[in-house]
Design a protein around this ligand. Structure first.
Ligand code: PLP
Length: 462
């Protein structure tokens, strides 16, 4: 039996718990957690030995592994990450970072009680839907507004409340998949509405909608093709034309803007992302958009439009299931306040990032490069492009300056070490270099990013 002797050299759980380092853990954490970590470490060591590998067997060598495993167990799975990808609205990285004021508003409401559903004036029950409605009316120009959990649920609610059992007319070119399995035809089916496709993949005219309208038609739906672009021989009716068709037949138009924007993205050298105010001004009955895309706030679905329709949505039972949390409402109202005070570009991180110039980003990139150990990583600052992401402005990019790294340890190794750093750093690999775009790194994160980079470059180099 060749394996029995090294296995026998492993300590028992009790013996491992006697180690001073483990004793210290026992004084700080529940016994069950520490014991479980010790068992895990011993099981791993046993498996390594059985596989013919070399494992630690001395209790003093195993004790630090117990501490590491315990720390991993206790670490929150959802953690802050430094986004060095340059993708401003990165759905996988949590979309829009919040403003200081939004964070403050959430903290104030979270730490105690609030008037979430209490009318302080009347001293009786109030509605949570009132808090964001007034400011949403102001910034959008609409008559009424409603906030739900996210834009996917806003679209589902509107279709179910206004069109269940009836027909919804939509252009073939707009039967899109947003991502994460959100497909417009599926949402329509889920809502109980019947889909009536008109036009072709590339060309749809107002007359196509007109011809499809029957006594069964409940509404006309327009969906912004937010994550792709069709070029060439293409045509879609303008919103005005669609509203005109709707008016002739007394049918509301629902405009799913996806991101939507309250500021003109063309001011930043980007294409013009459809604006919420424009859609309202065109006479759209209902406009839906996300809270955490270009709005720069918390996850939410925002519906603005005609008061009678918003009233109908509010009374629908599904609204109860989709209602926003008080933290969301607090952050959303604070975010909208930045637009009202015309300070969005200064206060909302998403707009601050979009407004950064390549020169500003390049200066920070050079400072970061200069902090790196030159013998371990070669760096240059080069031209590149930042993407907007998050289902807005497909294919649109902003010129940026990238910190491009060629580390001795190899780019894959460095990228992996950065993902395991505290905080984790997510970067991009481009042309055989690891590139960091500081557009999406907030300046107050620069120091922490520098520390992570230096440690990652130095790891295993002594
Ligand atoms: C992003 C998007 C949605 C979904 O919005 P969420 O807030 O992510 O639920 C719906 N429609 C369009 C056009 C979108 O771009």
């Amino acid at each position: 039996m060749t394996t029995s002797s090294p296995l026998r050299s492993l300590p028992s759980v009790d013996r491992l718990l006697q180690e001073e380092q483990v004793q210290a853990l026992l004084r700080a954490y529940p016994r069950a957690l520490v014991t479980e970590a010790a068992r895990h470490v011993l099981a791993q060591a046993r498996a390594a030995l059985l596989n013919g590998g070399q494992g630690h067997t001395a209790p003093a060598a195993l004790a630090p592994l117990v501490e590491t495993h315990l720390a991993a167990t206790l670490r929150p799975p959802l953690r802050p990450v430094i986004n060095a990808t340059g993708v401003v609205i990165h759905t996988n990285l949590g979309r829009a970072p919040l403003s200081r004021a939004a964070l403050q508003a959430m903290a104030e409401v979270a730490l105690g009680y609030s008037n979430l559903e209490y009318d302080l004036e009347a001293g009786e029950r109030g509605s949570r839907h009132e808090h964001a409605a007034a400011i949403l009316r102001r910034v959008s120009g609409a008559e009424a507004a409603l906030v739900v959990n996210n834009n996917a649920s806003a679209v589902l609610l509107a279709l179910q409340a206004l069109a269940a059992g009836r027909e919804v007319v939509i252009s073939r070119g707009q039967l899109v998949e947003i991502g994460g399995g959100f497909r417009i035809p599926d949402v329509l089916r889920q809502s109980g509405a019947r889909l009536v496709e008109v036009g072709t993949t590339n060309r749809t005219y107002a007359a196509d909608y007109e011809r499809a309208i029957t006594s069964e038609t409940a509404l006309l739906l327009r969906v912004h093709s937010s994550n792709f672009r069709v070029i060439g021989f293409v045509h879609q009716p303008t919103l005005q034309e669609l509203v005109e068709v709707g008016r002739r037949h007394n049918l509301p138009v629902l405009d799913d803007l996806g991101s939507g924007s309250l500021l003109d993205t063309a001011r930043y050298g980007l294409a013009h992302e459809p604006m919420v105010q424009e859609s309202v001004a065109a006479g759209t009955a209902l406009v839906s958009f996300s809270g955490d895309k270009l709005l720069g706030g918390p996850q939410a679905g925002l519906l603005v439009g005609r008061a009678d329709l918003i009233g109908q949505l509010k009374r629908h039972p599904l609204t109860r299931a989709l209602r926003p949390d008080k933290l969301t409402l607090a952050a959303l109202v604070a975010t909208l306040g930045h637009y009202l005070r015309e300070e969005a570009e200064r206060e909302i991180p998403v707009w601050r990032m979009l407004a950064q110039t390549p020169a500003q980003i390049g200066r920070r990139a050079r400072r970061l490069g200069a902090a790196l150990p030159a013998e371990l990583v070669e760096w240059r600052v080069v031209d590149g492009q930042s993407a907007i992401g998050g289902g807005s402005l497909p294919g649109e990019t902003l010129p940026t300056r990238l910190l491009a790294l060629t580390p001795n340890c190899g780019i894959q190794t460095l990228a992996q070490r950065l993902r395991h750093a505290t905080p984790p750093v997510v970067a991009r690999i481009e042309h055989d270099r690891l590139v960091l775009d500081l557009r999406t790194v907030q300046p107050e994160e620069d120091r922490s990013l520098a520390n992570c980079l230096v440690r990652a470059a130095e790891a295993g180099s002594d």
